[in-house]
Design a protein around this ligand. Structure first.
Ligand code: NAD
Ligand code: MG
Ligand code: MG
Ligand code: MG
Ligand code: MG
Length: 335
């Protein structure tokens, strides 16, 4: 663990940031504000080109950005990275330059096998891009994990730490990992708990109340809206702080009913999710789904968007426009 990294190693480096979405925009702005030299590489006429220009960046095609760069940060969606690597990076990246990822997926699952004459590193913030930017602007930072896959120059680790410092991560915490650990834990976290687990818990709770005849508006506030308050307490002080702030009645209900809902059978199924990640089943399925044009992905996504909790939620959130003023993400469409 380290919190003392500085940007010194990259002081004279040119950094090419490929992709200007959630992570790309946040990294590029933070690196620039940390005094580093940043150029943005995008597809000509891509959806975020004008946004990067409006933010004051020099924007060129990916291949051109790679050509002059000492460090190339690959911040496009994971599924487009293998083609981007083959077409724009591999033929153009300088020997001795660093290739940086924010998620280990493509290297770990061998979708990208980088040239042997470059450094290959990882800096993954443990938070969404909008937070990486807003925390930096407040003088704070989002913790990052970093790793070295290939150290050609003998300076790969220093470069990763300097980049993490440049995006503000060193203000919080840098933890050394490897591509395998970052990839597997990141996928597990988002599938079992953060995105998949949390949203299913909310949806099943909403359905249980509504099917029992309670008003959907009240069900929405109970199982979705109020979750933020609980998660903020987790974030600030863990489960300890949450228990300090809720009533004795809520605590007793937590102790006796929580384990009835999420029980050892749930944990066994979490282990199944982890096993599919570790043995490559999830990666294989996801790559096949992407290459088939996302048929199931689109169907499943539409079902979430059409769920009654989203209908009632949109109506209730429209009454609270101030909810929209916090850290916002502006997701880029997939494909
Ligand atoms: P995103 O979908 O928000 O951004 C995509 C960007 O890449 C856009 O600027 C888009 O125009 C551009 N792009 C798409 N195809 C391109 C191509 N062929 N050539 C050049 N540019 C192209 O992506 P993201 O969510 O920021 O993810 C980027 C990386 O960061 C991924 O490896 C992801 O796993 C990782 N990551 C994301 C988060 C997150 O919160 N979103 C957190 C940690 C790590
Ligand atoms: Mg993650
Ligand atoms: Mg992830
Ligand atoms: Mg879901
Ligand atoms: Mg209550």
């Amino acid at each position: 663990m380290s919190t003392t990294a500085t940007t010194d190693t990259l002081a004279k480096a040119r950094i090419a940031v490929l992709g200007y979405g959630s992570q790309g925009r946040a990294h590029a702005l933070n690196l620039k504000d940390s005094g580093l030299d940043v150029v943005i590489g995008l597809r000509p006429n891509g959806p975020t080109w004008s946004k990067a220009v409006a933010d004051g960046f020099h924007v060129v095609e990916a291949a051109e950005a790679v050509r002059g760069a000492d460090l190339v940060a690959v911040l496009t969606p994971d599924m487009v990275q293998p083609t981007l690597y083959k077409e724009s990076i591999e033929p153009n990246i300088k020997a001795g330059a660093a290739l940086l990822f924010a998620h280990g997926f493509n290297v770990h699952f061998k979708q990208i096998e980088p040239r042997s004459d470059i450094d290959v590193i990882l800096v993954a913030p443990k938070g969404p891009g909008a937070l990486v930017r807003s925390e930096y602007e407040r003088g704070r930072g989002v913790p990052c994990v970093y790793a070295v896959h290939q150290d050609k120059t003998g300076h790969a680790e220093e470069k990763a730490k300097a980049y993490a410092a440049g995006i503000g991560g060193a203000r919080a915490m840098l933890i050394k990992t490897d591509f395998k650990e970052e990839t597997e834990t990141d996928l597990f976290g988002e599938q079992a708990v953060l995105c998949g687990g949390a949203s299913e818990l909310v949806i099943k709770g909403f359905e249980t109340l509504v099917e029992a005849g309670y008003q959907p508006e009240i069900a929405y506030y109970e199982v979705l809206h109020e979750l933020k308050l609980i998660v903020d307490l987790f974030y600030e002080g863990g489960i300890t702080r949450m228990l300090q702030f809720v009533s004795e009645t809520a605590q007793y209900g937590d102790y006796v009913s929580g384990p009835r809902v999420v029980d050892s059978a749930t944990k066994e199924r979490m282990k199944g999710v982890l096993k599919d990640i570790q043995d490559g089943t999830f990666a294989r399925n996801w790559i096949a789904e992407y290459n088939a044009g996302l048929p199931n992905y689109k169907k499943l996504k539409q079902a979430d968007l059409d769920h009654p909790i989203e209908q009632v939620g949109a109506k209730l959130r429209a009454r609270m426009p101030w909810l929209q003023t916090g850290a916002k993400s502006e997701p880029a469409p997939l494909k």
